[in-house]
Write a protein that binds this ligand. Structure first.
Ligand code: GLC
Length: 801
């Protein structure tokens, strides 16, 4: 027998017989003989919270992850008792609680499928060294169950058979097997019998998840402190699980400014000013669209945050303005380590105000980062966050920086074996004082939150843009993120693909990788293939360490430049589509990237697919992840898909070879889709968009597409000044009907739609616009029918001969 060292040690303790049950509105309490209390909260018909204490009383109920805006309320709640169990029924779930030992079994309320059953269930081990418990949970793995989620793990998309750890860690040049890395997102989705549920273990201590790695039939999770406190989220669709998890932990607080969805160029570091300008001018000269340019740590004076190296950047305000005049938004890095220097006001102020983290016995937490010895603000103190947000006034309001990039916030400490703070460091934890064991995983999140507050305040009425490296569940409310210090290898191109998909499945869609690889230098071919993937990631930025050569789109040969331009242009054309995806994320929590398993969980072929994914809900992409490829085999999900380049219609549900020379990549459009497109711009707002293209892909049957638009920045959209158009496509044998439904008070800059209708299987006899036959100028070329129509149309009816 394999002995699970964590789970089956002798010291495990278990709940005993229930002796008391009570109910307080939506909270149920089960007391056992040995002082264990299980609290079950009915948040929604499909969301239950399980919380255990072993001492008879609960800790203060506080979480950084759960948003105050989470929806609550259920349609049905019945509680029955029989000889052996309490049975709780909502309109979606049945939950049985065993009287003898608190064993939990969860069933689908409609067909009574067993969804998730405790194995040992809740148990714990007393932690003599630190006090409190190591809290543990184990569940039975169902027949052919698969597992997804857990944030930024670089491993295979399906987590089955593996064990992982959550402890945010600076991981330069990590590999596929490296665990943990930068983020701690203790949320996973299980899928079996075509039904998906999620488990969010809201515990910020070092935590572990084992998906049948130790024992083939057991999934377990445990943490080195805190409470066993988890949310069970039922789908049965994976997308509903992720949307409900996102509802619980928060959607982004506002849309990003549209420019943030453009192309970003970064390097460690562009300096002095003349080099920054050289880079930005080159983009314009070569007509490669770009919206953002980055300043890495070398813009600072001796790596002191909120200062400038005046030799390299004599007049930052003027520079930022000149860049802005050329369409570039400047993004600057800010790290948590504050240099110990009595002549540096940020340091002296924080010292005076007692804002730095301290060791258990009183000394400051001292550690080396870029500037040398540093102290670190305690971002878990709300007063410190306020102070920190105020530090951005000059950078944002006065100098005009448009975005802030938070790095090293795991927090990373150099030249120490554990790469971070020691466990004894004290934190405020918003009035729940604790050690670093509890605060470590949320430190980066709270830093990003404080930065976000600063940007929000000083950039107002424009929207904030923040990037973070470390994150805990809920961080998606404040910021975007990237996958950290990857490497310029083909394997890492594949890892970036998996990580971005996994992050989207973990409720954090605004994600991208360092395109081309941070460490080492890519060949032109690898860089090109990575750009092709990167334009389909919500955050699209080239970044590199700079130690190994240049990584701008022109740093290779001319072919590479041309292909990069072509794909970055495609990104800019797709901006209205991507912006609509962001609106769906902010409004409904809908992930922007869908792995095939999320797109079609009932097709078992999708459960182990990793390379293909759906960008939004209509575009299927599959990057080329090997050198010298002229195409690749890929799985096309069920349904019919148009090859983006050739308009060839292919039937899915099988693997297929798809041609993709270096200037191409496999891209397919779902039949029936209406894809909105902009003309190419060199940066967002360069042109006033007078006409929007709508690429329609004929389908026999119905399909719905949406198009969101607003002022692309600011908060007016929250007051109804947006334009939301829903297009209902209905294709028949010799007819195609498109109906438009309009909502919102925003007047779009575009007056007309240019329809490009692909795949029409008949010749056009006539076109009716709002029930009147119109004499339309239309062009039929290469099988595409094009026509320009007023944006306010209600119905277009194309009739065939
Ligand atoms: C870290 C970051 C990297 C950045 C570098 C210097 O390694 O992950 O993106 O360029 O620090 O600031």
């Amino acid at each position: 027998m394999i002995v699970n060292t964590e789970l089956e040690q002798k010291g495990n303790l278990f709940p005993s017989q229930i002796i008391d049950y009570s109910k307080d509105v939506d909270q149920l309490f089960f007391h056992t003989e040995n002082d264990v209390v299980l609290q079950i909260t009915i948040l929604r018909d499909s969301v239950l919270r399980f919380r255990y204490t072993t001492t008879g009383t609960f800790e203060n109920d506080f979480s950084y992850a759960i948003t105050q805006y989470a929806s609550t309320g259920y349609n049905r709640l019945d509680i029955k008792e029989n000889e052996t169990h309490y049975v709780i029924t909502t309109s979606k779930l049945i939950c049985k609680v065993a009287k003898k030992d608190l064993h939990i079994s969860l069933y689908d309320a409609l067909d009574e499928t067993l969804l998730c059953d405790d194995e040992l269930g809740f148990h714990w081990e007393e932690n003599y060294e630190f006090g409190g418990n190591v809290v543990k949970m184990s569940k039975v793995i169902n027949d052919r169950e698969s597992y997804y989620g857990l944030g930024d793990k670089p491993d295979h998309l399906n987590l089955k058979g593996k064990r992982f750890q959550n402890w945010a860690t600076d991981s330069y040049a990590y590999g596929k097997e490296t665990d943990p890395i930068y983020k701690a997102i203790p949320f996973y989705t299980g899928l079996h019998h075509n039904k998906a549920y999620g488990i969010f273990f809201d515990n910020s201590f070092r935590s572990f998840f084992d998906f049948g790695g130790e024992r083939r039939n057991v999934t377990s999770f445990w943490a080195h402190g805190g409470e066993m406190n988890y949310y069970f989220i039922y789908g049965p669709k994976m997308q509903d699980v992720v949307e409900n998890y996102t509802d619980l932990t928060g959607k982004p607080h506002q849309l990003p400014p549209l420019w943030a969805l453009g192309f970003h160029q970064c390097k460690w570091s562009y300096y002095p000013e003349s080099e920054v300008k050289e880079i930005t001018s080159k983009f314009r000269e070569l007509q490669i669209p770009c919206d953002a340019i980055y300043l890495d740590i070398d813009y600072m004076d001796g790596f002191r945050c909120f200062t400038w190296n005046k030799e390299h950047f004599p007049d930052p305000k003027r520079m930022v303005k000149e860049l802005a005049d050329d369409g570039f938004k400047t993004v600057a890095i800010i790290d948590p380590g504050i240099k110990i220097d009595k002549d540096y006001s940020v340091f002296t102020e924080a010292l005076e105000k007692d804002y730095f983290c301290k060791r258990a016995d009183g000394p400051y937490m001292k550690g080396k980062v870029w500037p040398g010895e540093c102290y670190f603000p305690d971002f878990t103190n709300p007063e410190v966050r306020d102070w920190w947000s105020g530090l951005f006034q000059e950078l944002i309001e006065d100098i005009g920086i448009k975005g802030v990039w938070n790095d090293m916030n795991e927090p990373a400490v150099m030249e120490v074996p554990n790469k971070t703070f020691p466990n004894d460091v004290r934190h405020d934890y918003d009035g729940n004082p604790c050690s670093h064991r509890k605060a470590h995983n949320i430190y980066g999140m709270q830093m990003a939150r404080a930065t976000y507050q600063g940007l929000k305040k000083f950039n107002y009425p424009k929207r904030p843009f923040v990037i973070t490296r470390s994150a805990y569940s809920g961080t998606q409310r404040y910021t975007s993120t990237w996958t950290g210090d990857n490497v310029a290898t083909w394997e890492h191109l594949g890892i970036a693909n998996i990580q971005a998909q996994r992050m989207a499945m973990s409720g954090f869609s605004f994600v991208g990788s360092d395109i081309g690889g941070f460490a080492e230098q890519p060949q032109g071919e690898l860089f090109t293939r990575w750009i092709q993937l990167g334009i389909f990631h919500p955050f699209c930025r080239v970044h590199s360490s700079g130690d190994h050569g240049d990584q701008e789109p022109w740093a290779f040969d001319e072919d590479v430049t041309d292909i990069c331009r072509k794909f970055i242009e495609l990104r800019y054309q797709l901006l209205p589509y991507l912006y609509t995806c962001f609106w769906n994320l902010v409004e409904h929590g809908t992930p922007i990237l869908q792995s095939l398993v999320m797109f079609d969980q009932e097709d078992h072929q999708t459960h182990y697919r990793t390379d293909e994914f759906i960008f939004g809900d209509k575009i299927l992409v599959c990057p080329i992840q090997e050198p010298n490829a002229k195409g690749r085999r890929m799985y096309i999900p069920r349904g019919q898909w148009y090859n983006y380049w050739t308009d060839e219609l292919v039937e899915g549900g099988k693997e297929k070879w798809v041609d993709a020379e270096i200037d191409s990549m496999p891209i397919f459009i779902k039949e029936g889709a209406i894809i909105p497109k902009y003309p190419v711009q060199q940066y967002v707002g360069e042109k006033e968009i007078k006409e929007l293209s709508l690429d329609v892909y004929y389908k026999e049957g119905k399909e719905r597409s949406t198009l969101f638009d607003d002022a692309h920045d600011g908060y007016d959209y929250t007051k109804g000044r947006f334009s939301l158009r829903t297009f209902q496509l209905n294709g028949k044998n010799k007819e195609l009907i498109i109906r438009q439904h309009k909502e919102g008070k925003y007047t779009t800059t575009y007056e007309t739609f240019k329809f490009n209708i692909h795949g029409l299987p008949f010749n056009v006899k006539e076109v009716e616009l709002d029930d009147e036959v119109i004499s339309l100028k239309y062009i039929e070329a290469d099988g595409t029918l094009s026509m320009v129509i007023d944006k306010n149309f209600n119905t277009i009816h194309i009739k065939g001969k």
